[in-house]
Design a protein around this ligand. Structure first.
Ligand code: UFG
Length: 335
């Protein structure tokens, strides 16, 4: 293991995954020493562009403790999780185990090793179907699927732990719909069975899928399809660095929404995907997907005010273009 100062060391669980890998890259570029802890169940070894990798599972508490003891990070960023709303409805226990129970393991390992800071990947899914938009961090948490509930539980673990221990502080970042790819096309989403709208749309344009399904056109929104707040993954990565800096100043534990504060419908995204790719790919309208709220748009004043977050890619076209560049690179690579 490396020998630079403790203040710059960060452990990233799930650093081989889509969002985690972008954050590992951003941390490396900002001069941090990074150790990725990942079981490679959905992540790729090749996506880790900075620091070292320990292949391990969050269920393996002994390995977690050993890793934290040896590396002595100033903070842990916790990305590793199961992330699909639809799957969580079908297989809820997988989500409670991978997301809640494993987070508990990690927190216990943090306590054993005296690791005092954590940045947690939470989700807008904790809000469920909010009565008022945009949703602020004070909007009641009423998840409508096991994925959101599993993340809400972890937020509760963190809050209770921080209340009980002055030497533990955390930031929970509630991600809205993360999309796009590294603007230099070094990284992007690379799952075996992608379910997210933008990736499905672009892979349909490439002919990987025969058609894109639009899940539900009878929602109470302007065009009948669901509205989401799509945030570029590089801006989200920056929010993690801002959160790290925030905690390093001794600031108190906090929760922040991560979104741009405006939403696009599924139809908007499909139209932009066709424009960016120049391909009129097949689209079929089908019934609703279980567990989908009609509209989720972030109230994001707090993250601007308290973290000083300054997004650079708040543009649906840029999100789609960077994702499209990445998809074409995957094809060229034969992946
Ligand atoms: N959709 C389609 N067709 C597809 C895929 C998705 O119509 O092939 C629709 C969905 O029904 C939904 C919208 O596109 O209305 C976005 O769906 P995604 O699967 O891309 O993303 P989700 O909104 O379900 O979930 C994502 C993250 C969650 C996060 C949530 C917060 O995966 O972690 O955004 O807004 F909680």
């Amino acid at each position: 293991m490396n020998s630079s100062s403790q203040a710059t060391r960060i452990v990233v669980t799930g650093g081989a995954g889509y969002i985690g890998s972008h954050v590992v890259l951003a941390l490396g570029e900002a001069g941090y020493d990074v150790l990725t802890y990942d079981n490679l169940s959905t992540g790729n070894r090749d996506a880790i562009l900075s620091g070292e990798l320990v292949v391990g599972d969050l269920a393996d508490k002994d390995l977690l403790v050993k890793t934290l003891t040896e590396f002595k990070p100033a903070a842990v960023m916790h990305f590793a999780a199961s992330i699909e709303v639809g799957e969580s409805v079908v297989d809820p226990l997988k989500y409670y185990r991978n997301n809640s129970v494993n987070a508990l393991n990690l927190l216990e390992a943090l306590r054993v090793t005296g690791t005092g800071q954590m940045i947690f990947s939470s989700t807008a899914a904790v809000y469920g179907n909010p009565a008022q938009l945009p949703v602020t961090e004070n909007t009641p948490l009423q998840p409508i699927n096991p994925y959101g509930a599993s993340k809400m539980m972890t937020e509760r673990f963190l809050d209770d732990l921080a209340q009980a221990n002055a030497d533990f502080r955390y930031v929970a970042l509630r991600y809205f719909n993360v999309a796009g790819a590294d603007p230099e096309t070094r990284l992007g989403q690379d799952y075996a069975n992608p379910t997210h709208l933008i990736t499905r749309a672009l892979k349909t344009a490439l002919g990987v899928f025969s058609r894109l399904q639009v899940f539900g056109t009878d929602y109470p929104t302007q065009d009948g399809t669901c509205i989401r707040d799509y945030i570029h993954v590089a801006d989200l990565a920056q929010a993690h660095l801002d959160a790290l800096r925030y905690l390093s100043t001794g600031a108190q534990s906090a929760v922040f929404n991560c979104g741009y504060g405006h939403g696009f419908s599924v139809r908007d995204v499909v139209a932009m995907a066709k424009e960016v790719t120049g391909i009129d790919f097949p689209v079929v309208e089908t019934g609703r997907r279980e567990g989908d709220p009609a509209e989720l748009v972030a109230g994001c004043e707090k993250i601007h005010r308290e973290l000083g977050w300054q997004p650079r890619f708040d543009d649906l076209k840029v999100i789609l273009r960077t994702a499209w560049d990445w998809e074409k690179k995957l094809v060229a690579r034969g992946g």
